[in-house]
Ligand binder design. Structure first.
Ligand code: LLP
Length: 455
């Protein structure tokens, strides 16, 4: 019998795939400790079936209204994850040429890819047009001219939608709020109709509609209602002026539960879409990232050292802010689970979890309920499937973190660690430095530094 390890009662995002069996934390039918024996920590671990079930519950909530779902690749850009979603019929929302190549590598048809983002280069636009992208969301008059120019040079017509800034506060963290007046994103709503008409007059552009994205990790659904109603009013206003709006892209942003909080209700989100924009008869798409993958992933780490501090016990982990940036960047708190089920009959201290990076912000917060910890114990940060691995870096010259996918009783490394050898292959001294480099080579220093080491 599996005992659920984390908030199983949230609406539409059931976590039957995660729990303790025989005292060990399992992802689907795989004990995480078995993965940790095969793959050195830290690593991200995703459940394929959790991702599938999140997609299916969102698709069924949006159901009869025939809305297309385009996964925001930035949330988790591993091609195994993209492929899994694509097989279910999911499209992709990308924001760079790199994400485009990832989506194509995962066999996502270009006809199901939307290109968002405020600063696309001309080379990225050209590649998108060459592969036959479904839609490019443009965010300024200057970008409209750039897309038209690239399309002209290629002898193509570019399908563009205008991203609107509706001036709606998403009531989320300031760093992931994207639709207030001060934000760099979108075209101010008052300028949209005129710009739309200008774009429609350009023969290289096929102006297909409007887009909006108000922010991320949104818990209170009322900003969505405000934004989508504003968009509906804009579509009506534009149609009255003879400007057809066949497509409406509503962006992403649905938040996920954190710790014991049940999190947003996707039935309510679907209802808001139905009530605000479905009567317009537009082709509607949404671009969720976090909601599809956030709760389907864990970040597994080993406890390196315990350190007594004035205010309690600090546990130094082998995972750092370079592997999971969200706590340092947004003060985000991820639930933590011990891989060995903690005894509940003993009082255990609270631990402050920190990483090895040389920055005071390399800190994950204070946790209790983990039992009595010892050096060598394995822990897992939960709800780490979105914006975890995709935001990881090699800061402090640490390996780029690995990723593992579990399905049923199987698991596979879907991204190997990018180690120091791989990094050093891309670096070289200035030619003018070479004599000094040779000397160092002769003394063995360069070679010693290049040897890979396990952290
Ligand atoms: N569409 C556009 C145009 C976006 O900019 C984003 C996210 C999404 C869709 C997907 O949003 P989601 O459904 O995942 O909330 N690094 C931050 C999140 C940044 C989100 C940026 N844009 C974090 O870790 O919380």
């Amino acid at each position: 019998m599996t005992k659920s390890a984390g908030g199983a009662n949230e609406k539409g995002n059931n976590r039957h795939w995660l729990g303790y069996r025989a005292g060990g934390l399992h992802v689907e039918d795989v004990p995480l400790s078995a993965v940790a024996t095969a793959v050195p920590t830290p690593f991200y671990c995703y459940s394929a079936n959790a991702i599938r079930s999140a997609y299916k519950s969102l698709a069924s909530a949006l159901g009869p209204s025939d809305i297309s779902i385009c996964f925001a690749v930035k949330a988790n850009s591993n091609i195994a994850v993209l492929g899994l979603l694509s097989e279910l019929g999911c499209g992709m929302d990308i924001v760079s040429g790199g994400e485009l190549e990832r989506a194509l590598a995962a066999n996502v048809p270009a006809s199901r890819i939307i290109f968002s983002g405020v600063g696309k280069t001309r080379a990225e636009i050209a590649r998108a047009l060459e592969v036959g992208i479904h839609q490019i969301n443009v965010e300024s008059a200057a970008e409209i001219s750039a897309v038209a120019g690239v399309a002209r040079a290629l002898g193509k017509r570019a399908p563009v939608a205008l991203r609107v800034n509706p001036d709606v506060d998403a009531k989320t963290h300031a760093k992931i709020t994207t639709a207030t007046k001060e934000s760099k994103f979108g075209i101010p709503i008052g300028e949209v109709a005129d710009l739309y008409a200008e774009a429609k007059a350009m023969p290289e552009l096929e102006v297909v509609g409007l887009a909006v994205h108000i922010g991320s990790q949104i818990q209170d659904m009322s900003p969505f209602r405000r934004a989508f109603s504003t968009m509906a009013d804009l579509v009506t206003f534009m149609r009255e002026r003879g400007l057809g709006v066949p497509r409406l892209d509503l962006g992403g942003g649905i938040g996920i539960a954190s710790e014991d909080d049940a999190g947003p209700d996707i039935a309510e989100y679907a209802m808001i879409i139905a009530e605000t924009v479905s009567h317009l008869g537009c082709e509607i798409s949404v671009e969720p990232g976090r909601w599809l993958v956030g709760r389907a992933g864990l970040l597994v780490t080993e406890l390196l050292y315990l350190k007594g501090m004035q205010d309690g016990c600090t546990a130094i982990l082998d995972v750092g802010m370079n592997d999971l940036m969200r706590p340092a960047l947004y003060d985000a708190r991820h639930p933590v689970l011990a891989l060995h089920e903690p005894r509940t009959d003993q009082a255990a201290p609270s631990y402050t979890l920190v990483g090895p990076i040389c920055e005071s912000s390399d800190k994950f917060g204070a946790y209790d309920g983990l039992g009595e910890l010892r050096e060598g114990d394995l822990l897992a940060f939960d709800c780490a499937g979105a914006y975890g691995a995709s935001m990881a870096s090699t800061y402090n010259s640490r390996d780029l973190v690995a990723e593992v996918l579990v399905e049923g009783g199987r698991f596979r490394t879907i991204r190997s660690r990018q180690d120091i050898r791989a990094m050093l292959r891309l670096e070289q001294a200035g030619t003018w430095q070479l004599p000094a480099l040779k000397e160092r080579e002769a003394s063995g220093i360069v070679q010693r530094a290049a040897r890979p080491g396990r952290r």
